[in-house]
Structure formats: C-alpha cells, structure tokens
Design a protein around this ligand. Structure first.
Ligand code: BES
Ligand code: MN
Ligand code: ZN
Length: 497
C-alpha cells in the first residue's frame, strides 16, 4: 500500500474514489459540504432521498458524481455528530477500506482526515489512519494454502489535510507506516503455531531484524545462561526438548553515553503449564504466550524504521513451558541470577520465572528505565478484559508517560497499585520468595509484586498484556498490541510527538 498526503481542492483530484463522511441525521461533514459545492448539492440530494442515514459502519458508493473529478464517491457513516471522536474516526477509516477492498478502486483520497477531533491534530489523524487501515487489511492467512487476500485491489491511499499541516502529516505518515509494519511483525509471530515459532525461531527473527536495520544482536544459549546463574529461567526450560534462548537486541540511535531504555518481553513459545498442567480447553491459545517478546521485536522494527534518536535495549527470555521427566516439580527451589531463591509452588506461573532473570540481566545496561511486557496473568483478563493492558510501576512519572502513550495511540493501559501491602502475600516457608501467592486475590498485582523484587535498582514498569495481545473467539488472533503504545512512548521520549 502506498500512502501519501494531499492538500488543496479534493473535487479536482483524479482518482478512483474520494471518501467523505456523513453524520447521522443525514448531515454532511465539513469536508463533504465543501465538496458538495462543486457537485451542485448532488450529495445533499442523495441524503435527502434517504439512501444514506449516516449510521456508523454504513457506506454508500456513488458513481459519476457531477462536478467531481474522482470516478467514485464513497459516503461513510460517522454516527452522531456529538459522539464523533477518536474511536469513531478509526472505525470510519476501517469501514472505508473494508468497503473499497473488493471494488475497482485502486487509488483513493480520504477526506476523513480533515474532520475535526477535539485535541487531535492532522498528524495524529494521519498516523492513526494508517494504523487503522493496516489493521483492517491484515489477514492471518500465512499458513493457508489458498490465501484470503488474493485480489488486493487497493494500491494507493492519500489523506486530505490542510496545506499548513502537510509537512507534519507527512512525518506522521512515515511514523504510522513504521508502527504498522512493527505491529504486523508482532501479529505474524503471535499467530504462528508453537511447532514453527520456537525459541530458536524467535532468535532467528531477532537476528533477521538486526541484519535489516544494522542492530546489534546477541543470543545466549543454555551454557551462557548457566554461566550467568539464570537458574530461574532455566528451570522453566527443563521440561522442553526445545533449547531456550536469551536474546539481546541493541539499537543505538542516541548519544553514545545516553542511558538506554530497556524493553523486556516474555517469550514463552508455548505454555502448557508444565507439571501444573493447564486444562485442555483453549490451550491452543497458549501459543500467544510469546506476545511480549513479539511486541518487543515489533517495537524494535518501528523504532529502527523511524530512526529515533534513542538508545534502546531489547531482552527476550525465550523458552517453552512443558511437562516431562526432567521438568521442574511444584515445590522445587531454584536460585535466580539475583541470588534470591525461589520456591516454585506452581509451574504455570512461569512468566515471572523467566522475566526475573532478564530483569536482573537488565542492570548491566544502567538503564534509564525498564519496561517489561508479558502475557502474565489470566487474572488480568478478568480485571480488564481485552480493552486495556494492566500497568504497574515503581515510578509514577514512568507510569504516567506509558498511560499517556496508550491514550494517544488508542492502545490503552490502566494502572493497578503496587502497594507494599500486596508484598505481604508473597511469603515462602522454605525460600526467599514463592512464585505464587497463597490466594488468587489480586493475581495480576501479586505477579507484578514478584517482579518488583528484582527491579529495585532502576525505574521500572510492567505491562500485563494477557487480555490485549490477542482476540479470543471466532476472530481469534494476535492484535499487535502493545506495539502502538510502546512506539508512542518512544516517540515522545525522542521528542517526535
Ligand atoms: N500465560 C499465562 C497467563 C495467561 C492466562 C494469559 C490466560 C492469557 C490467558 C501464565 O503463564 C499463567 O499461566 N499464569 C497463571 C498464574 C497463576 C498460576 C498464579 C494464571 O494466570 O493462571
Ligand atoms: Mn503459565
Ligand atoms: Zn505463561
């Protein structure tokens, strides 16, 4: 897909289709009204006849509109004018591409980007527009012998923006493209089954990314991890025939001495629960348990494509969690890289066991801050559903900037408390810390409390993406979240927002 920015008179643009918005109660949006002047009120006439009510999700394709150079006009319902905002805008853009996908339209001019949304500028609308289009066109058909997307008709999409905004909109377009490509990488990896997407495969993907963007990538094998004393991470890998991998990615876009931001992603390529075996229903979904890792890779793609002036390190502990003769047993005690001993009361709480060693490893970078991303707890799905990722942090400013990045990108997070009171729930009779609390209460928070024991030396935040990284049900699949949140966080850090 080719994206571009256009300014000036839309009625004169020669293209296959021009897209205009209609509000409920049959009122033309501002850009549509301007266009309708050239069309001699032809569009207003269509509305009057009742062919287009303006309900969100509806469209009407017109051919040969008088006074307009484009071959077609697509009317897109925007819903009630008073309710129109960020989400309605994204939805309208998605509705547009779905409606045009199987028509003859090859090059399209979208005027929706000229609608006003409180607090959002042209750059925001273009960036979000590009993301919404990629999201709507994504198909998880890589492993189907006949692909769903055989006849891609749409080839070029331009956004209409006012001339004064053209420059910032062009920059936003490139950002949107970079983030969308990163999201697509994350989705592809998330959707791949565990017999293909193994820890070794993840390491190969990281190396491929490093090659494409000239990043530094090192991968530690089992022996390297043993040397570092990563006993907690290794305890999870014991049941699997797949060798664990510890992936280190480094992007140096900032000053040589600038402290890096470290992103850590949970890379459990399949989570059976181990000896604390999960029930069978929907266990296939546990192939997504490497979504944290995939989102770190996707964010690196976006970051490198945007050439942001930052230093960023990516850490991915990758392993399977399988039962087996050599697997860790409930009650086993292991020593983490930090020196703290851990009583593994439930082998299904494995994410924290691999993350804690990665978080200790992060210390060597003297990070500005560390953000870990993990499908950590089912409890987070219960608390926040698929709408918001869970956010917990030991630093308020860091938490705030992540929340804001989520709000701006539409990839929202919601903060849960990490008060000391919850730490009381993590007590072991035999080791320094158990890997689960004795009760199911506040499961998302106690998971984060475990991690907090390993993050005392730097500013740290934890994103629990168990509910947001994928969709369950009929349209199940990876979402590419929280790449938009992380990319916006980095954009802001780089002063590009
Ligand atoms: N990968 C799961 C968390 C998960 C569950 C993500 C459901 C998405 C949907 C994680 O490793 C896990 O099994 N967590 C346990 C923790 C418990 C044993 C304290 C859980 O949530 O049940
Ligand atoms: Mn588990
Ligand atoms: Zn897991």
């Amino acid at each position: 897909m080719e994206f571009s920015i256009k300014s000036g008179s839309p009625e004169k643009v020669r293209c296959s289709c021009i897209v205009v918005g209609v509000f409920e109660a049959r009122t033309l949006s501002m850009p549509a009204r301007k266009l309708d002047k050239s069309a001699g009120s032809y569009l207003a006439g269509i509305l009057r006849q009742g062919d287009m009510e303006g309900k969100a999700g509806t469209t009407q394709l017109l051919h040969g509109t008088p006074g307009i150079a484009a071959e077609r006009v697509l009317l897109v319902g925007l819903g009630k004018e008073g309710d129109f905002g960020e989400q309605a805008y994204r939805d309208a853009v998605a509705t547009t591409v779905k409606a045009l996908k199987n028509t003859g339209s090859k090059d399209v001019l979208i005027t929706l980007s000229d609608l006003s949304i409180a607090g959002r500028n042209a750059a925001w609308k273009v960036r979000q527009g590009v993301l919404a289009i990629h999201d709507a066109l994504y198909r998880a058909d890589r492993l189907k012998s006949k692909r769903d997307n055989d006849k891609p008709s749409l080839g070029a999409i331009s956004f209409l923006v006012a001339g004064k905004d053209a420059k910032s909109a062009a920059a936003a377009l490139a950002q949107g493209e970079a983030i969308a490509q990163g999201m697509n990488l994350t989705r592809e990896l998330g959707n791949l089954p565990a017999n293909i997407c193994t820890p070794t495969y993840l390491a190969q993907q990281a190396q491929k990314l490093a090659k494409a963007f000239k990043l530094k990538c090192t991968v530690l094998e089992r022996a390297g991890m043993e040397k570092l004393g990563m006993g907690s991470l290794l305890s999870v890998a014991r049941g699997s025939h797949q060798p664990p991998q510890f992936i280190v990615l480094q992007y140096q876009g900032g000053k040589a001495k600038a402290k890096p931001i470290v992103l850590v992603g949970k890379g459990v390529t399949f989570d059976t629960g181990g000896i604390s075996l999960k029930p069978g229903a929907e266990m296939d979904e546990m192939k997504y348990d490497m979504s944290g890792a995939a989102s770190v890779l996707g964010t690196f793609h976006a970051l490198a494509a945007m050439k942001l002036p930052l230093n960023v390190v990516g850490l991915i502990p990758a392993t399977e969690n399988m039962p087996g003769g050599a697997a860790t047993r409930p009650g086993d005690i292991v020593t983490s890289m930090s020196g703290q001993t851990i009583e593994i009361l439930n082998t299904d709480a494995e994410g924290r066991l691999i993350l804690c060693d990665a978080l200790t490893y992060a210390e060597r970078f003297e990070p500005d801050c560390v953000v870990d991303v993990a499908t950590l707890t089912g409890a987070c799905v219960i608390a926040l559903g698929a709408v918001a990722s869970g956010l917990m942090a030991n630093d308020d400013a860091l938490a705030h900037s992540l929340l804001e990045a989520g709000q701006t990108s539409g990839d929202r997070a919601w903060q849960l408390p990490l008060w000391e009171d919850y730490q009381e729930m993590l007590k072991s009779n035999f080791a320094d810390i158990p890997n689960i609390s004795g009760s199911r209460a506040a499961g998302t928070i106690t998971g984060a409390c475990f991690l907090a024991r390993f993050t005392k030396k730097y500013r740290w935040a934890h994103l629990d993406i168990a509910g947001t990284a994928w969709r369950s049900g009929k349209d199940k699949g990876s979402t590419g979240r929280p790449v938009p949140l992380l990319a916006h966080f980095l954009l802001k850090r780089a002063r590009k927002l």
